[in-house]
Design a protein around this ligand. Structure first.
Ligand code: CP
Length: 326
């Protein structure tokens, strides 16, 4: 693995999941793999889970992790080719990235979309610039359109749950779990990254019956959703579901817009009764009693804490793959 930007960088998803679960069982199995290596975690936007879990993963592999909050502590970066830099930006990525590439063996970047200009966001100019100019492997800590470490974690968590249930041995009639991605209300326009990425990974994984449900107007790019069943009827979607992934996103077609904040789309215990005793997932942070009710988050249905815990093993598996190649 050279870079980790999307599922397309992964040869075998199940193998990577198995590697992550092996690290969960034995975190220090490769304690020396990253010895004398440095990893740079560059944040152009905030984070709790991604930042700490990637630091912990690097620690488990013996790497030194250096965090740099570019948005707060660095010079304002320019990404436009040929820009006349007479405005607020101070340093061009063409100059900054090669310098960072001299300091680090691996660079990890978090950058959010503007949600103002779809073409610009979906071009992934920021992530691509780090890949083009740094000269070292680049790992996405969430980009303008995708969140691959989150999605790998999600597949790890689903796999782990299925293994714990011994699914496939006791439930021979249902070889594939039913996984539902449902839109949830929010007060702010949020990126499509987590939803895009989850759809991309579940489709590539191929181990599920996959349904996506959202109110009209919230369609995602078919580049990621093709292969899933789409419905605007949430009750129908969650019927018999084994896993329900809750996430808000803003408009893709009418880019960055909010059409509905209908509280009827918040997942409740009542709706969960339609499911197959579903496990409820969310990438966090979650707005309680807006996206997901207290009663669901505090119930046995919720696996959000386990899911967030698995971020360490996803990051460790990815860093390990990259280190093995170098
Ligand atoms: N899920 C996730 O990426 O969390 P953070 O924004 O806290 O990193």
């Amino acid at each position: 693995m050279k870079n980790f930007i999307s599922v397309n960088d992964v040869g075998d998803i199940n193998q990577l999941v198995a590697k992550a679960l092996a690290y969960k069982a034995n975190p220090f199995a490769d304690r020396r793999l990253g010895a004398d290596k440095k990893i740079g975690l560059l944040f152009l936007n905030p984070s709790l889970r991604t930042r700490i879990s990637t630091q912990a993963a690097a620690f488990n592999l013996g790497m030194e992790a250096i965090v740099f909050n570019v948005d707060k502590e660095g010079w304002a970066l320019e990404f436009e080719d040929g820009a006349v830099m007479n405005g607020s930006t101070v340093e061009h990525i063409k100059d900054a990235a090669p310098v960072l590439g001299q300091y680090f063996d691996i660079i990890c970047v978090r950058t959010f979309p503007s949600l103002k200009n779809r073409e610009d966001d979906y071009s992934e100019r920021v992530m691509d610039s780090f890949i083009r100019y740094s000269g070292v492997p680049v790992v996405s800590l969430e980009s303008a359109t995708l969140h691959p470490l989150q999605s790998l974690t999600d597949i790890i968590t689903i796999t782990e749950c299925l293994q714990k249930e011994n699914r496939g041995v006791t439930e021979v009639a249902r070889s594939k779990p039913k996984i539902v991605l449902t839109w949830a209300p929010h007060v702010k326009p949020l990126p499509q990254c987590v939803a895009n990425s989850f759809a991309q990974w579940v489709n590539a994984w191929g181990g599920a019956e996959f349904i996506i449900t959202y109110p009209e107007g919230y369609e995602l790019s078919t580049s990621y959703t093709a292969g899933a069943t789409i419905t605007h009827n949430q009750d129908e979607a969650v019927k018999d579901a084994d896993f329900i992934y809750v996430k808000n996103w803003s408009g893709y077609t009418d880019y960055g817009k909010i059409y509905s904040t209908d509280p009827g789309w918040m997942l409740t215990q009542e709706k969960l009764k339609l499911s197959n005793n579903a496990k409820v997932m969310h990438c966090l942070p979650v707005r309680r009693n807006l996206e997901l009710s207290d009663e669901v988050l505090d119930s046995g249905h919720s696996i959000v804490t386990r899911q967030a815990g698995n971020r360490v093993w996803a990051a460790q598996a990815v860093l390990s793959e990259i280190l093995n190649v170098r």
